[in-house]
Design a protein around this ligand. Structure first.
Ligand code: ADP
Ligand code: MG
Ligand code: MG
Length: 912
């Protein structure tokens, strides 16, 4: 196709001279109209005033000198084509003036229909086509012109119409008589004069001209601006304006207007789907005032027109190679197409349509993979509640971490852990959470906090672990000490009461509802756990959406070059991760083994009281858990991180102890044990624990705690080996800043492993790695790489330490304010900060690989489950991603998409 520039005058392009590729200049709507004209579809004649004209207008603050002339020429050509003239009562040309930017923008000025009507034309039209039609059209023009060009509040017109309907005793405008419409039109013009001192211009050229300029102006309106900021659309694009010959759907029973999709946008079913309204113009069909009919009914009423419409829908799909939506109008039995674009669709439809198009030979699997994304997949994989009807929520908060879960209410972490340990499902309710609650959070099926936003501690941790979570529940009053809560409606919730939590919607229900896994998640599990041959029939039977999901995931697996692992530290999570396709564990945190009731063991070790007994218990507990995890991941790498959190997190709470000691002292009953514990807790209390005694530094102070866990890991592996299994433990060292720290830590790990293995007579190779989560680790990566087999980027901490901000505190203290003011382009804890943190990652990747070409490079921060961050991380050169189990399919899909995008840079999604 040659570039259609022949008759292009610069600021104006006729539909017949443009095409679908010229979106920058013609806007989405204009390019679609031009393309449909080119495809031979019945599009009314018209032309587009280009975005260049708009930009020139906005830059100069006035009309570009050439525009008026070009408009006049284009209009003359249009008049000639239609055999009608603007303002000619005998053969009047009426047009619509429609805004249409590069990206569809609901915040923009709307369309003005029936431009070209004036008192003389309307009188003639009343004679030739009937008074009702003439006055209905004129009434609409005055209303739309008044609202969008003169800027009059739309409600003032609507109120007038309501009054007229009431007076006539009818419920829709369609039932208003010609006489009444004439009166309404007069009233509207009076309204215009009262509000602005202006009337509808009687010169149709002036109507047209003013309308075009009003569309230009609307680009800088507040609503449009806000929308662009929200959608990251550039301020500089400007909008195009389309001038289209009017076709009339409001001319009686054989006329009407409709919207439709080439296939069902909710289910993806390959059948056209739409709504049609008889005797209607413009948006009547979508504003819901009258009952619409579906396409099947239209087919029964107007079989030939329906067949023609379907024919055009097929043409459009063939051209755009995707689902399209379409606006159409029927005028006295003749079909016109007024707009098309690639249509929006549900997550389910996205998968189904992509695969159906593959089967229809329209696109290949690579392209199908690019038509879906990880957010859509995640939406399809969350469990939900079985019976959705008849369950009013008892409270509502922010949907902080998706999923559905039930359990009995508990109000503190120790109770959550104790109840969970005896097999109870619990929902943890806290005013807000802190590091002290993590054990309880892990034990609970869901977490609810009264305060906090989407990046509060509870929200972030819950998403990291794939737990259902609702935060910021307005009106929820939690009394942790009394172990009760008052719900917004006044209901008193006691410990042990059953609750159901929907983290996808933010709803909280009283009682226990049935949770059902999504069909998609069940299917993925079935496929990964069954032999390939066994999964084939299952695939064939599955519902088309599930089948499409499985197919695109499989294709993503084929394409991706990185591996995907899960972050998991319990048998349950390890197995869930594996079932969702994880090819190993990239992060098994060891601290949860020491939280809850087990904190006393740490205290014993730190104080030296019963130190040996404490260590023996820690080792035994850890060994059991490691056996379970390594067993679940048989044959796959399992990266265990050495003990990481600040020491004080394992010790009793300072304030609680201080209060107790003070009360005792006041009563003159000083308890030596309490005083001793208080001294201990004070000794290890830190002002700034995030930068304190944690990670590799613990080895300098409480080495036994760490080495007990390493021994337990080695013993677990040896035991499994002896049972004929294939455990693949790896160990990584957290929070290293300097090569000296790393060397010391690795030496002690090696010594412990060697001691265990030497005793057993088994062979065990344990690869060793270092976490890159401090800027200095990244900056000295070349030296660190000399000592390890792999790096694992802990992007959560690396973000905190690079930015010097605490994720847990930033949200409540200042991040929310930053967001309100638009200070930061994006939240670095949600999407990887490529410019800063990403640069450190790239530096470490490059220098690490220079030292050691076969260095493994993984990511175990939360970013590894975020679609946008995944692309940035893979572009930085990492070779495995490790995320919470429910995000594993998301990471697989996005890694596949990344690989396909890399091969076909030409089809990369456009940036705005
Ligand atoms: P939006 O961008 O809000 O969809 P449109 O420019 O598509 O606005 O126009 C609004 C309504 O007016 C649509 O229903 C459209 O089909 C209808 N419309 C626009 N131009 C014409 C025309 N020339 N003849 C008949 N109906 C039209
Ligand atoms: Mg439209
Ligand atoms: Mg860390």
């Amino acid at each position: 196709m040659t570039a259609p520039t022949a008759s292009r005058t610069g600021f104006v392009v006729a539909f017949a001279d443009g095409d679908g590729t010229m979106v920058d200049s013609l806007g989405g709507k204009g390019a679609g109209l031009a393309q449909m004209t080119r495809l031979g579809l019945p599009v009314p004649a018209g032309f587009t005033v280009t975005t260049e004209a708009c930009r020139a207008y906005l830059a100069a603050g006035r009309e570009p000198p050439l525009l008026a002339g070009e408009l006049a020429t284009a209009l003359a050509l249009l008049e000639e084509r239609c055999g009608r003239r603007l303002g000619d009562p005998a053969r009047p040309l009426l047009v619509s003036v429609r805004s249409g930017a590069r990206f569809s923008m609901p915040g923009m000025m709307e369309t003005i229909l029936n431009v070209g009507l004036n008192d003389a034309v309307v009188a003639a039209l009343a004679v030739s086509r009937g008074a009702r039609f003439a006055w209905d059209s004129y009434r609409r023009l005055v209303q739309m012109y008044g609202r969008t060009v003169l800027g009059i509040e739309g409600d003032l017109f609507e109120a007038r119409l309501r009054a007229e309907r009431a007076a006539a005793g009818v419920s829709t405008d369609q039932e208003l008589s010609a006489g009444r419409l004439e009166v309404v039109t007069r009233d509207f013009r009076v309204l215009c004069r009262e509000q602005t001192g202006e009337d509808l211009p009687q010169d149709p050229h002036e109507q047209l001209h003013r309308s075009v300029l009003a569309v230009f102006e609307s680009w800088t309106g507040d609503r449009a601006r806000r929308y662009r900021v929200h959608e990251h659309i550039s301020e500089d694009l400007g909008t195009a304006v389309n001038i289209v010959q009017m076709v009339f759907g409001n001319g009686g029973p054989r006329s009407g207007s409709g919207v439709c999709f080439t296939r069902n946008p909710a289910t993806g079913e390959p059948v056209p789907y739409g709504d049609y309204l008889v005797d209607a113009q413009g948006e009547d069909v979508v504003n819901g005032s009258r009952q619409t009919m579906d396409l099947t009914t239209l087919a029964a009423r107007e079989p030939a027109l329906h067949a023609e419409l379907c024919d055009h829908l097929r043409t459009l799909e063939r051209h755009y190679r995707d689902l399209c939506d379409v606006e159409f109008t029927i005028e006295d039995g003749r079909l016109w197409i007024l707009q098309t674009r690639v249509g929006k669709r549900s997550a389910a439809a996205a998968f189904r349509i992509a695969c159906d198009l593959v089967d229809e030979g329209v696109i290949d699997l690579d392209e199908a993979l690019l038509r879906v994304d990880g957010h859509q997949l995640a939406a399809l994989l969350h469990p939900g509640f079985a019976d959705s009807a008849g369950h009013p929520p008892a409270a509502h908060g922010l949907a902080a971490s998706p999923g559905a879960a039930t359990g009995r209410a508990v109000f503190d972490a120790p109770t959550a852990m104790a109840w969970a340990a005896r097999g109870e499902q619990v929902v943890l309710l806290r005013p807000e959470t802190s590091a002290d609650d993590v054990g309880g959070l892990l034990a609970a099926t869901a977490v609810i906090t009264a305060r906090g936003g989407l990046t509060s501690h509870a929200a972030v941790v819950a998403r990291g672990f794939g737990k259902t979570c609702v935060t910021g529940v307005e009106g929820l009053d939690i009394d942790s000490a009394a172990r009760t809560a008052v719900l917004p409606g006044g209901h008193l919730l006691a410990e042990g009461d059953a609750l159901s939590v929907d983290g996808t919607t933010g709803d909280i229900f009283l009682g226990s509802r049935q949770v059902v896994a999504s069909a998609g998640a069940l299917a993925i599990r079935a496929w990964t756990t069954s032999a390939p041959s066994a999964s084939a029939p299952y695939l064939a039977e599955a519902d088309p959406v599930v089948r499409a999901m499985g197919r695109l995931l499989a294709h993503a697996d084929l394409r991706r070059t990185c591996t995907v692992r899960a972050n998991a530290e319990t048998f349950h999570d390890a197995r869930a991760g594996r079932e969702l396709g994880a090819e190993g564990i990239g992060l098994a945190r060891t601290e949860h083994m020491l939280l809850g009731d087990r904190r006393v063991l740490v205290e014993q070790v730190v104080t030296g009281d019963e130190r040996e007994a404490g260590l023996r218990s820690i080792e035994a507990l850890a060994r059991t858990e490691f056996e379970q995890i390594l067993g679940a991941m048989d044959g796959l790498p399992t990266v265990v991180r050495l003990l990481d959190p600040p020491l004080h997190e394992f010790l009793p709470d300072l304030v609680e102890l201080e209060v107790r000691a003070a009360v005792d002292r006041a009563a003159g009953t000083v308890d030596d044990a309490v005083e001793r514990r208080l001294a201990l807790v004070r000794r290890w209390h830190e002002q700034n624990p995030m930068l304190g005694l944690r990670g590799v530094r613990l080895l300098a102070v409480v080495p036994e705690l760490v080495t007990a866990q390493v021994r337990a890991l080695a013993q677990a592996a040896v035991a499994l080996r002896e049972r004929g299994l294939d455990p693949r433990p790896e160990v990584m060292v957290p929070l290293v800043a300097d090569v000296g720290e790393l060397e010391a830590a690795l030496a002690s790990v090696r010594a412990e492993v060697a001691a265990v293995v030497g005793d057993s007579g088994t062979e065990l190779d344990v690869p060793l790695g270092v976490m890159i989560e401090l800027p200095r680790a990244a900056l000295t990566a070349a030296r660190l790489a000399e000592h390890v087999d792999f790096f694992s980027f802990g992007t959560n901490d690396l973000t905190q330490t690079t930015w010097g901000m605490s994720r847990d505190d930033a949200e409540t203290s200042f991040l929310a304010a930053y967001r309100g003011a638009g200070t930061l382009a994006s939240d670095p804890f949600s999407t990887l900060d490529d410019e800063g943190v990403g640069r450190l990652v790239r530096l470490a990747v490059t220098e690490g690989r220079l030292t050691r070409p076969d260095l493994g490079l993984g990511v175990c921060g939360e970013h590894a489950g975020d679609p946008a961050s995944i692309h940035l991380l893979l572009a930085s050169g990492v070779d495995y991603l490790s995320c919470s189990p429910p995000r594993v399919p998301v990471a697989r899909l996005e890694a596949g998409r990344y690989a396909v995008l890399g091969q076909s840079a030409a089809t990369a999604p456009e940036t705005r």
